[in-house]
Design a protein around this ligand. Structure first.
Ligand code: AG3
Length: 281
């Protein structure tokens, strides 16, 4: 029997992926979590039916949410990831030896637990054995409200602005992130698809610009996300992702990356006109 899963990307379009078995399906107090085996993309994790990660293309998202900020900030030491319970962002952060501490604040312990169990290639650094990683099961809003002037970089590794993540796209949340960052801090927030989510993007960028002086969108190609054309908001108090980019440190990095590189760091900020128009007032 053929089992195909479809996530609708708009009212009339979706992505359909052939699956071979379900590894886990259950509900937490926040959302429905599914982990399935697929033929083309390896294991795939869904929250409320939306594709969060697949083993085959997660490297693109996780390299791109992490490395542009870490090679722009001159001395990043302490990082907070809000969401990201699969562990992929933490894995990429740990490739930077100068990072002293990465805190993961995920609202849903079921996501962490099942990622450790079924997605070990992503969750390798969140299994409790790395002293440079701390886990907090908490609402991101509650967590940063209690932290000021503490982090060099904060990554908002959230799901779409529906369900438990709605609050992570509001101006009041970005204000809290701003306060939780040090004076030269950087926030990166995943910011949806320029192709399908023009209205959502307008809203996200308006909210971030109300708080951060430097805001630049950059893009990545992620095959399993709506339209494949995805984006991140580089939001910063002081450092600019292009003029402050530490090119030499990126070139001499001592880890292999499969998507990010020193040329792409610059290229990712070059946007097609329609995408730029989504975020210009
Ligand atoms: N966070 C972004 C997922 C958004 C996907 N949206 C969708 N499929 N409609 C992924 C978290 C990875 N750490």
């Amino acid at each position: 029997m053929d089992l195909w899963y479809t996530e609708k990307h708009s009212d009339n379009v979706g992505i359909t992926i052939k699956t071979s078995k379900s590894l886990f399906s259950g509900n937490s107090e926040f959302q429905q979590l599914d982990i399935v085996e697929t033929l083309e993309f390896g294991r795939m994790m869904l929250l409320d039916g939306l594709v969060m990660v697949t083993e085959r293309d997660e490297f693109i998202y996780h390299e791109m949410i992490v490395h542009p900020a870490l090679f722009t900030h001159p001395r990043p030491k302490k990082i907070l990831v809000i969401g990201g319970g699969d562990g992929g962002s933490i894995r990429e952060i740990m490739k930077h030896p100068e990072i002293e501490l990465a805190v993961l604040c995920e609202i849903d312990s079921l996501v962490i637990e099942k990622s450790i169990e079924f997605l070990p290639s992503m969750a390798s650094e969140i299994d409790g054995n790395n002293p440079r990683v701390k886990l907090h099961v908490d609402d991101g809003l509650a967590y940063i409200r209690a932290h000021q002037n503490e982090f060099d970089i904060i990554l908002v590794d959230s799901t779409d602005p529906i369900g438990p993540a709605v609050g992570l796209f509001e101006e009041s949340f970005y204000q809290l992130v701003f306060s939780a960052l040090k004076d030269d801090g950087i926030m990166i927030a995943q910011s949806e698809s320029p192709f399908y989510h023009a209205e959502i993007q307008k809203n996200i960028y308006r909210n971030i610009r109300a708080v951060f002086p430097i805001v630049e969108m950059y893009q990545a190609f992620i095959p399993t996300y709506p339209s494949g054309f995805w984006s991140f908001a580089f939001s910063s108090k002081k450092y600019h992702p292009i003029t402050d980019f530490d090119h030499d440190r990126a070139v001499t990095r001592d880890f292999h990356s499969r998507y990010y590189n020193e040329n792409l760091h610059l290229g990712a900020f070059m946007l097609p006109t329609f995408a730029r128009e989504n975020i210009t007032e």
